[in-house]
Design a protein around this ligand. Structure first.
Ligand code: KG4
Ligand code: ZN
Length: 334
């Protein structure tokens, strides 16, 4: 079969990224323009500002990616685009760019769900094997998904309230760490001791998660200590929080592996960069004798590479859109 080069565009939040991937598995070139320094001043992503930066950056990022790959648009076989979920203004900028390229160069337009992208980040490490259990842990999602084949997603559980990344970011903010807080809590947790008692959420018989109670417990603890004039031991709190957050994920993953007869587990999403979770997943899968794939750090947070990889398999599955394709701030992975 002829090699297929897919150009992937990702702009769902505060990263403008374009990448080219060969046959869904081999990264040719990636360019990511991050807006962290801009949004840091506001303690989180400001949607309107994010959209404006995407407008400013997208053409440069595209040109730089083609240059890096030493390719022209004529050599590209399809344009994969994150159509959702995400910030609607941000998504629309990437989508308009993708539609324009698709129209001008007469290339198929391939719609990619952002979470499919995170899952297929693993295919850049080694080809996916089925059936697999995908542990999706990001800023907006916490889900357990079983895949029996490419592009066949079966959700068996998910968060009932906040996503794990969102919870990390709130905890970071309440203990005074800069945006983006997740990686900073992770780093700080290495320096502390597990001394604060926090509730392990939702230890029930489902594959679901819940993080709002844990988040509130940390917020209340900080406020109570402040009211008593006590100093919070930030590193200890980070360690205690991370232990519970990671445990709440791995306990449900353990249940899913055992009950669903899983032999291959992949981790996907920004929180896959978390050192505590990476270690715990390694220990768990070793203990149960199942294979584990976690993408390297560069493929964990948002990037166009994962969208181009997913785009290849979406195309094989017949998923091609016309120029009426619209962005969606919310959408179920199917
Ligand atoms: O996947 P992602 O880039 O965006 C979404 O699709 O949501 O994930 C971003 C989330 C943020 O909440 C960020 O704080 C979290 O991933 N994150 C981490 C770490 N690195 C990123 N959370 C905990 N530990 C980390 N090392
Ligand atoms: Zn993401």
């Amino acid at each position: 079969m002829k090699d297929m080069y897919i150009l992937g565009i990702e702009s769902s939040c505060d990263e403008t990224s374009v990448a080219i991937v060969k046959n869904g598995v081999e990264e040719i070139a990636t360019v990511i323009s991050s807006q962290i320094d801009v949004h840091k001043n506001y303690g989180g992503v400001v949607p309107e500002i994010a959209s404006r930066h995407h407008v400013k950056n997208i053409t440069m990022v595209l040109e730089e990616c083609l240059e890096k790959a030493n390719m022209t648009m004529d050599q590209i076989d399809g344009i994969a685009i994150t159509y959702g979920p995400g910030l609607i203004g941000s998504l629309l900028i990437g989508l308009e760019a993708a539609k324009t390229l698709s129209f001008v160069y007469n290339k198929p337009l391939i719609p990619v769900h952002h979470i499919a992208g995170h899952i297929y980040a693993n295919s850049l490490v080694q080809p996916l094997k089925f059936p697999l259990l995908a542990v999706v842990v990001s800023g907006g999602h916490t889900e357990l998904i079983i895949m029996k084949d490419h592009y066949k997603f079966e959700k068996i559980g998910g968060t009932l309230d906040d996503a794990i990344g969102e919870c990390y970011d709130k905890v970071a903010r309440v203990i005074g760490l800069e945006y983006p807080g997740g990686p900073k809590v992770d780093k700080l947790s290495k320096e502390g001791k597990d001394t604060y008692k926090l509730p392990v959420p939702l230890q029930d018989d489902s594959y679901n998660f819940s993080f709002s109670g844990l988040k509130s417990a940390v917020i209340n603890l900080v406020h109570n200590e402040e009211q008593r004039g006590e100093e919070i031991r930030k590193a200890d709190l980070a360690t205690s929080f991370q232990k519970v957050a990671v445990e709440s994920i791995t306990s449900k993953v353990r249940k899913a592996i055992v009950e669903q007869g899983i032999n291959y587990v992949i981790v996907a999403g920004g929180v896959a960069a978390n050192n505590g979770l990476r270690t715990a997943m390694q220990e768990l899968t070793e203990e149960l004798g199942v294979e584990l794939s976690i993408p390297p750090m560069k493929y964990c947070t948002d990037n166009g590479t994962m969208i181009a990889a997913a785009g290849y398999f979406a195309y094989q599955d017949g998923r091609v859109a016309d120029l009426n394709l619209n962005s969606k701030s919310q959408d179920v992975l199917k």
